[in-house]
Design a binder for this molecule. Structure first.
Ligand code: ANZ
Length: 971
């Protein structure tokens, strides 16, 4: 097994020598999910609360009679059914649907606070929901339900990001229209989501593929165009000559097409671009105030990549050393190193390259350009890749020292960044150093490190330091002795004065390539006039421009998008001039629809505006946005960009769309245990396996494994350590868990609870079937605590065991501690520890003889955000006739939270013999009882005749024994 290719979680600590075949947990961002933590989770589940794997409770065994729709009774084994969730869950889902319980009406009381909680809406793939989806969805659902009960107006919608490549590829292969596939997938996703009891307002459901939605995506495009933020440019795309089509990046693997393995080249084509770079500074600055994971903010900052430096001009020389008219402008972030620039490099696509090349070198340069055109920017800039280049045959003058330095072409310089040309300083830049060594170019040291041990390391010193070898008295430029920062400022000042350059800020961020040569996307609402080719935007009244029906989705072979096959759609006239024209045949990228959908949810049926201003002002921004870390950069950046444009034109009232973003962790497949065999076929411990090289690996079933310390070992031979790891769920690995199966076996509430109990929301975690049995058992115990034990035939009586009596102090304390903890944990999005608090409550409640209604009702309400189906059913059984969705959430009373037990000294005949732990308000009778039960004190009290008890509450208990006892007792 090639572990290098795997994304997997190592859940076993092995000695360092075995690291060769282990991939550390960090690889999948699960740093915090250590063996200890997982063990702790399971322990919580198994030991403390008795909800782990092991022997199932008797009520969960046997056979349950299930009334089928047609009235027939079917015998079903219910080995794992701890309570009748199979009847409860569909019933409440139907109730919610029929009563539109979670509808957020258009007209709401806006004096109430609002809470907008949003999931990153899914792409409805053919595979249906994955257990990874409900992780984030359950978290947001708990928040939505919790906030409703706190009196907030809650917006909790769901929709579909439904344009995209898979539906189109499927159409090419099968001829099924993407609309049909998409609809089928949406229906499947919707019913799966409904089966999990999520409290979405389905009246607000949207799909990016619906014309009344993409009308507004097109409208936004027109606004961008109007403001010069959308433009056309020749941009390199992935062109596959054999397939006759442009490919998306994800369709190109290692330079060949994913389908068929044909070569793919980069070819310039006319494309639509969006000027996101105009917003680079604002996108950077406004990150600071967002409540987002620091790592995501950092990724966005790096993506935007602001670099401060200078542009400097280098005169090009002819072969006699005379200055030519041409100048090469470079971008550098290290003007302080100018005296160390011993060559220049221009990118293979640099516009001046052809005028720089000498006749002798032109053949080599052309060959090199061709080679570079086949590589992606990523391949070109990979640090470990060997640098290549070709001398152009001409020179430039270093403006600082007047030296003639060679100009090279090399693909480690990108045409798309800075000016596409650099001054190479091999003494202080690692890539330049490697290149100079390879091609024998002088290396000059001009920065001395402050830490002398770094000098003369034989490598480039790329840090800041003190400038040396950098003075030119003729030009009056002397930066020797200055620190890098001062030297950089002085050089910039000097180039600005001499007219050789200027200060410059550059961004890594590129304008957004906003066109795809695809069918299944939003049509771009522009036309081109015949003859002149002039671009004319559609009138807003012409929107939506709907996609034409097409039967043939195959590539045209010419590079023209498939829409060009819709001839009668393409041919049109410009309504204002009456001139013949053609429609744009490229469509928008999949990112477009997801850029602004959160706004449409606020007002999904508005046909006049993208969103009503008042509604937007009320609901903006999204308070909590939960989704996968894979969208940390592009989706969030593109949405923020559009949002800022919409802010500038007065459509939205906030500068940022998402106040708080949470990335849920990955759910990995079940842990797999691997044993190793030596060449003779005997088991060997995992730490020795790498010494044997290609040892045989064998998967060991869980029941043959035990935990020993931090490791897992073979039960039959504990000396044999195993390798335990979890892989990302994938079809090919066969470790995908289907939520539908879990729901039918354990119920939706168990799945919800389990996904929350697996560990902190943000961490990666491994799936574990015994864990789900644990939470299922917790729900079963909750059910039986409140409903009572089942009759011998397994059925439960109506109603509950709740009594209409005043709760005791102890009961109130347990409840309020639970309320306080659950509330605090939900507010802090620590859903797993909220469950632990409820488990503790349940354990305490099982010890009570009676269960007062007040306590039980409050607990049911508290449980409801997590396990809404069961909670609704219990609420009904408690005598309520409507859903508990909008019931006020119980509040913790601080009076019951204080720890009021004290240590009471106990004296026997005036002599202190021990202490007992009692409630402050404890009665004399209870204090005496406790003392008699105390290990140390009982010998003085049990079986003795008592003359008198002197009890001062909170202070002391003194027991006076009869005389005759004293003698016995003291002796
Ligand atoms: C001279 C120099 C000396 C540089 C030195 C670095 C260290 P960031 O920070 O990423 O903006 N560079 C400029 N344009 C480039 C391009 N199109 N392709 C590849 N490299 C390019 O990096 C800026 C630095 O990357 C620039 O500063 C330039 O090399 C290089 F000791 O100039 B430097």
């Amino acid at each position: 097994m090639n572990t290098n290719l795997l994304t997997h979680l190592q859940v076993q600590a092995l000695p360092p020598r075995s690291h060769a075949f282990l991939v550390p947990a960090q690889r999948i961002g699960s740093r915090k999910f250590t063996t200890k933590r997982r063990a702790f989770c399971l322990q919580l589940c198994n030991k403390n609360f008795g909800y782990g794997s092991g022997i199932r409770s008797s009520v969960t065994r046997g056979v349950d009679e299930v009334e089928e729709e047609d009235g027939q009774k079917e015998k079903q084994p219910v080995a794992k059914r701890a309570y009748p969730f199979h009847k409860i869950e569909p019933k409440w889902q139907r109730y919610w649907e029929e009563n539109r319980t979670f509808r957020t009406p258009d007209e709401i009381d806006t004096s109430k606070p609002k809470f907008y909680v949003l999931d990153m809406f899914p792409y409805p793939s053919g595979a249906g929901l994955h257990v990874g989806h409900p992780l984030g969805y359950t978290a947001t659902d708990i928040l939505a339900r919790f906030k409703r009960m706190q009196g907030y107006n809650v917006l909790h919608p769901m929709g579909w990001d439904a344009f995209g490549l898979p539906a189109e590829q499927y159409a090419i292969e099968t001829g099924t229209h993407p609309k049909i596939t998409t609809l089928r997938n949406i229906n499947r996703f919707r019913s799966q989501l409904k089966s999990l009891g999520f409290s979405y307002d389905w009246d607000r459901e949207i799909s990016t593929t619906e014309p009344n939605y993409y009308k507004w995506t097109q409208w936004i495009f027109l606004q961008l165009l109007k403001r010069g933020l959308a433009y056309q440019a020749e941009v390199p795309v992935n062109w596959c000559p054999a397939l006759g089509t442009v490919l998306a990046n994800e369709e190109v693997v290692d330079g060949v097409s994913e389908r068929g393995g044909h070569p793919v080249i980069r070819k310039p084509m006319r494309q639509w671009m969006l000027k996101i770079t105009a917003y680079a500074d604002r996108l950077l600055e406004d990150l600071d105030d967002l409540d987002w994971p620091e790592s995501v903010k950092e990724m966005q900052r790096n993506w935007i990549g602001r670099s401060e430096g200078a542009e400097m001009e280098f005169c090009v020389l002819d072969s006699d050393g005379r200055e030519r008219e041409i100048k090469v402008t470079v971008f550098t972030t290290r003007p302080d190193t100018i005296f160390g620039a011993t060559y220049l490099v221009v990118a293979p696509e640099h516009c001046l390259l052809s005028s720089l090349v000498s006749t002798a070198q032109s053949k080599y340069v052309e060959e090199y350009k061709d080679l570079a055109s086949r590589k992606s920017d990523l391949e070109r800039t990979e640090l470990q890749k060997e640098k290549t280049g070709v001398f152009t045959g001409c020179y430039a003058r270093n403006p600082a020292n007047g030296e003639a330095i060679p100009i090279w072409v090399a693909d480690y310089v990108l045409g798309s960044y800075g000016t596409g040309a650099i001054m190479a300083v091999p003494g202080h830049d690692t890539r330049d150093h490697e290149f100079a060594l390879k091609y024998d170019i002088p290396i000059r040291c001009v920065v001395a490190p402050d830490d002398k041990s770094l000098s003369d390391s034989g490598k480039a010193f790329s840090g800041q330091g003190t400038i040396i070898n950098s003075s030119n008295s003729t030009l009056g430029l002397d930066i020797n002795g200055l620190c890098s920062k001062e030297a950089a400022s002085k050089v910039i000042e000097w180039v600005e004065k001499t007219g050789n350059g200027k200060k410059k800020v550059n961004y890594k961020l590129r304008d957004w390539l906003f066109a795809r040569q695809r069918y299944w996307g939003e049509p771009i609402p522009v036309i081109f006039l015949d003859g002149t080719g002039e671009t004319v935007p559609l009138l807003e009244t012409e929107l939506p421009l709907t996609l034409p029906e097409l039967d043939d989705f195959t590539p045209t072979g010419t590079g023209e998008p498939p829409l060009s096959k819709a001839v009668s759609w393409v041919k049109t006239t410009d309504p204002s001039s009456g001139k013949a024209a053609k429609r744009e045949t490229s469509t928008m990228p999949q990112w477009a629809g997801s850029c602004w959908y959160y706004l449409r949810f606020m007002d999904p049926n508005n046909s006049k505006e993208l969103v009503d201003k008042e509604k937007e002002r009320y609901w903006s921004p999204v308070d909590v946005y939960v989704g996968g870390a894979e969208h940390a950069v592009l989706h969030l950046l593109y949405s923020r960009f559009w949002h800022k444009v919409l802010y500038d034109i007065g459509v939205v009232s906030t500068k940022e769309p998402f106040q708080c973003v949470i990335n849920q962790g990955l759910i990995l497949g079940e842990v797999q245990y691997m044993a190793f065999r030596d060449l003779e076929g005997n088991f060997i411990s995992a730490e020795f396996a790498d010494m044997l090289g290609e040892s045989n690996q064998e998967r060991i079933p869980e029941e043959k494994v035990v935990k020993s310390g931090d490791s897992f070992v073979l039960k039959e031979n504990p000396k044999i350590r195993l390798l335990a790891r979890a892989h990302k769920m994938s079809k090919s690995r066969g470790n995908v868990v289907n939520p539908d199966d879990v729901v039918s076996e354990y119920g939706a509430d168990s799945l919800r609870l389990y996904e929350m109990f697996m560990g902190p929301l943000r961490d990666s975690k491994t799936w574990n079937t015994s864990g789900i049995e644990g939470v299922h058992r917790f729900l079963g115990r909750t059910w039986r605590l409140i409903v009572g034990s089942p009759s011998p035939d397994g059925t439960f009586k109506d109603g509950t065991v709740a009594v209409d009596e005043e709760p005791t102090l102890e009961q109130l304390r347990s409840l309020h501690r639970c309320i306080a903890k659950v509330t605090e944990e939900i507010e802090g999005t620590r859903f797993n520890t909220g469950i632990s608090a409820m488990m503790e409550f349940l354990n305490a409640a099982y010890k009570w003889d009676k269960h007062p209604r007040l306590i039980i009702e409050a607990f049911v309400l508290l449980l409801s955000p997590y396990a809404p189906h069961m909670a609704e059913e219990l609420w009904l059984r408690l005598g309520h006739s409507t859903s508990l969705t909008y019931e006020p959430l119980p509040k913790a009373n601080p009076d019951y939270l204080r720890d009021s037990t004290i240590v009471l000294p106990v004296q026997i005949n005036g002599k202190t013999r021990g202490t007992i732990q009692v409630e402050e308000a404890c009665t004399e009778e209870d204090a005496f009882k406790l003392a008699s039960e105390d290990e140390k004190l009982s010998k003085y009290l049990v079986g003795k005749s008592i003359k008198k008890k002197i009890y001062v509450p909170g202070k002391i208990l003194n027991v006076i024994l009869d005389r005759q006892n004293v003698e016995v007792g003291v002796r």
